[in-house]
Design a protein around this ligand. Structure first.
Ligand code: ZN
Length: 371
């Protein structure tokens, strides 16, 4: 078992715990920054270690297409290429096939697709995506699944579940046959049909995965559907394994996830928004291009200890974004990831002191009203 629960709130599912992975003890709930192509955009590996992140995410689809497994094998994996010594989770690439590839077609044992870069033809199977993740050298691997669109009809949902569950079994078999030492996570699906969601969760939890993920959320659905799904699953999630809500990372969504027993989150939003001049603070979001910061010598966030908030004014950051300087992207990304790290620590503290629900209400007001 890689997960240990520490504290749980008296009424509800919010919990703190630890994840043992790649020789590290990681406090949960945790936010994982996304390093799509073997880099968290605009940050160096030294920045990641200065921020103190112990677990980051990378994308199998992207690394398979570029630099490719031959290069990854040559360097002994992406962590060695990056000079990054800590833990990494990789997705299976399935979601990118469906969202980025110009053409894809399912067959019984996998999916054929064309690269979004050069139109070349490729095939992913449950076994192949694990072999690719082995070349990447990540520590937590996700299985290939079929993420049906959120408004799928019952026929499409059934097809997605049959495929997802069959492929989950194929993945476990291959992982065991190869005696891989990484940790394998299963993904439950079911779009927005609550019975299908529960059925899929139970099926995935019947297999010997180290962790359990909920996929197919935060894909453009109405927010109340998202809440309904995680609330309906919370009572049925295996408390002995870590729970990962894939692709979710706004402040209100993380709070609702934690309230429903989620331990792990990832999202491109804090880094993507930073590159678009939007930063997060303890008072809500700021748009750094705003005219009102033109002469401001204030910091992004008075309570933030990051190097950006120690050294740079809003007026300077506004100027950098207006002038489209590379440094604007670097500094804003650095601050937002410091914010996410601090925010998760505040969540953990509020659970440990029994004040999570009050904390959650306060922050949801702050972030819903500043949208
Ligand atoms: Zn800061």
């Amino acid at each position: 078992m890689i997960f240990k629960e520490k504290n749980r709130i008296s009424s509800g599912y919010a919990r703190t715990g630890t994840l043992e992975i790649a020789g590290q003890t990681i406090e949960t709930p945790i936010f994982m920054p996304v390093g799509t192509q073997g880099t968290i955009k605009a940050l160096s590996t030294e920045d990641i270690s200065e921020l103190g992140y112990q677990l980051i995410l990378s994308n199998t689809y992207h690394l398979y297409l570029r630099p490719g497994t031959e290069v990854l094998d040559h360097f002994g994996g992406i962590k060695k290429m990056m000079g990054y010594p800590k833990a990494m989770l990789t997705d299976s690439g399935g979601y990118q096939v469906f969202s980025l590839s110009s053409l894809f077609k399912f067959f019984h044992d996998g999916v054929k697709f064309q690269s979004h870069i050069d139109g070349s033809h490729h095939t992913f199977t449950p076994a192949k995506v694990l072999d690719i993740q082995n070349s990447i050298g990540s520590d937590i691997w996700m299985v290939l699944d079929d993420c049906a669109p959120f408004d799928s009809n019952s026929k499409r949902i059934k097809e997605s579940l049959d495929r997802t569950h069959r492929w989950a079994e194929d993945s476990v078999r291959h992982w065991q046959d190869q005696e891989y030492s990484s940790k394998l996570f299963g993904i439950s699906q079911g779009a927005f049909d609550l019975d299908s969601r529960k059925f899929s969760l139970e099926k995935i939890q019947s297999l010997p995965f180290s962790g359990i993920a909920i996929g197919g959320l935060s894909v453009g659905e109405p927010r109340e559907w998202f809440i309904k799904v995680i609330e309906s699953l919370a009572p049925f999630m295996d408390p002995l394994r870590p729970h990962y809500l894939m692709g979710v990372g706004t402040v209100p969504d993380i709070l609702d996830g934690v309230r429903n027993g989620i331990d792990m989150f990832d999202c491109v939003l804090p880094t993507r928004n930073a590159r678009n001049a939007q930063v997060f603070t303890r008072k809500g979001k700021l748009n750094l291009r705003n005219e009102k910061f033109k002469y401001s010598d204030a910091k992004i966030d008075d309570h933030c200890t990051c190097k950006v908030c120690q050294n740079y004014s809003l007026g300077y950051l506004r100027h950098l974004h207006k002038a489209k300087e590379i440094l604007a992207l670097q500094l804003s990304t650095f601050h937002n990831l410091q914010f996410m790290k601090d925010f998760m620590e505040m969540i953990r503290n509020s659970i440990n002191t029994g004040e999570f629900l009050e904390f959650s209400t306060e922050w949801k007001n702050l972030y819903n009203s500043s949208n």
